[in-house]
Design a protein around this ligand. Structure first.
Ligand code: LLP
Length: 433
């Protein structure tokens, strides 16, 4: 298990029988009790990560705000926890807005995103009186202004700016980013037009800017470049009404043993210092900084456990090992070519001797969880666990092939709590008329 210690939750250890244990719970026992595929979250790690995030940013400014990007994992249990830990929440649709309100978030702590908000979603956000709406197009600014007027409300808004900073794994560069469905680019004057439109609107109160430069970022220096461009923009536009700077999400996590993401404290220090230094250098009042982490808040806390349903050896080609889930519970390998590690909860320390392709149960050749896994010998009935599946895993699950979505359990200090029950076949027909 040692080489996977950065990928698994820190509570991962082995039981006296040699099973994988997370949050003090035997993963083999959990799979037996709740069935597979099963998504297990270390609830203690979720809470610690939320606390670490808030502490890391508030160490630099007590007014800094951490906004949980709920798209990464939107179960009620995690949303309630985020509220308890004094986070705000980012919602990107009417559905996510509903989920946040249902979990008890006060509306003023909700930040409403979306590049394609429709009038019904905007009306819902206005009726709920959400704290901030992040505007994404000139048409939306006009519509929001009109609808806010109809609601007798002056809505606080942020403008989503695309600064044109492109982080990659090994470098970051500034590129023109005119061609994006998100936000207003600095280049070409679109962001400036958005500022003018918001300032001229009767029922909008411009309070700041937002930017999100990307996701799974290890090169956190990219935030410094973004801060530099944004500070120049604030100076050009005048700081009036631009007191908030929401720097989005993006901090990466370890998916494989070779990944070394920066700790949240280092990211917070770099980001806060970058923003303050860039604003100070131009003599503009320091903004209230907000960040919107999704992946780095929940990714490492989650592991998915599957049961092997079959093996197939094609002589001279390869060995296939199929499990009882796949692209319906974890789309990332298929959609982004994401690479995951695997281990066997029943014998995590066993010697890895077999090279195999780990595949799902869906009727698609592309339903491959791991292209080339090196694992101890596996047979039908064995369990396989994929770590670091807590972000954009069940959050992106589907019912393709009529496969029911997995149960979710939180484990902490030896106790397991079922927080989302497994879907049933009956659930598959509830919407059919
Ligand atoms: N804020 C905004 C406006 C965003 O669009 C996102 C993510 C976040 C915050 C959170 O970013 P994070 O901290 O998670 O990087 N499904 C993809 C990731 C899509 C990210 C979309 N936006 C994946 O599984 O890699």
């Amino acid at each position: 298990m040692e080489p996977l210690s950065q990928v698994l939750p820190p509570s991962a250890t082995t039981t006296p029988e040699g099973h994988l244990s997370i949050g003090g719970c035997d993963v083999v026992a959990l799979a037996g009790e709740y069935g597979t595929p099963l998504v297990i979250y270390d609830g203690g790690l979720l809470r610690d990560t939320m606390r670490r995030y808030v502490a890391a940013f508030r160490a630099h400014d007590p007014h800094a705000e951490v906004i949980y990007a709920s798209k990464a994992f939107w179960a009620q249990a995690v949303l309630r926890m985020a509220h308890e830990e004094d986070l705000r929440v980012d919602v990107a649709s009417g559905g996510e807005l509903f989920l946040a309100l249902h979990a008890g978030f006060p509306a003023e702590k909700i930040v409403m995103h979306g590049n394609a908000k429709d009038a019904a979603e905007i009306r819902d956000a206005l009726a709920a009186q959400v704290g901030l709406i992040v505007v994404d197009s000139l048409g939306e600014i006009a519509l929001l202004d009109r609808l806010a007027g109809e609601h007798g409300r002056t809505q606080d808004v942020l403008i989503r700016v695309t600064p044109g900073v492109k982080p990659s794994t090994h470098a970051y560069i500034s590129t023109g980013q005119l061609d994006s469905k998100f936000g207003f680019s600095l280049e070409g004057g679109l962001a400036a037009a958005a500022v003018a439109a918001c300032r001229g609107a009767s029922h909008l109160n411009l309070v700041g800017l937002h930017c999100h430069i990307g996701s799974q970022i290890f090169e956190i220096g990219a935030y410094r470049l973004a801060a530099n461009l944004l500070a120049q923009f604030v100076r050009e536009q005048g700081a009036d009404g631009l007191a908030i700077m929401d720097m989005g999400g993006g901090l990466g996590i370890a998916y494989t043993r070779d990944d070394e993401p920066p700790p949240v404290e280092e990211y917070a220090a770099l980001l806060m210092e970058a923003v303050f230094a860039e604003w100070d250098a131009l003599g503009i009042p320091r903004p209230r900084v907000m960040v919107e982490p999704g992946r780095s808040m929940v990714g490492r806390a989650g592991v998915t456990v599957y049961r092997v349903t079959g093996t197939k050896d094609i002589p001279g080609v390869r060995r296939y090992v199929a499990v009882d889930g796949g692209m319906s519970d974890l789309m990332r390998p298929m959609l982004y070519g994401a690479v995951y590690e695997a281990l066997l909860p029943e014998r995590p320390a066993a010697e890895a001797t077999d090279t195999l392709r780990l595949v799902g149960k869906h009727c698609e050749s592309g339903d491959v969880l791991i292209q080339e896994a090196v694992l101890p010998p596996l047979e039908r009935g064995d369990l396989v666990c994929l770590p670091a599946t807590g972000a954009y895993g069940v959050a992106m699950a589907s019912n393709y092939n009529g496969v029911t979505r997995p149960a979710v359990v939180f484990v902490d200090a030896g106790e397991a709590t079922l927080v989302v029950r497994r879907e049933t076949y009956a659930d598959l027909v509830v919407r059919d008329l």
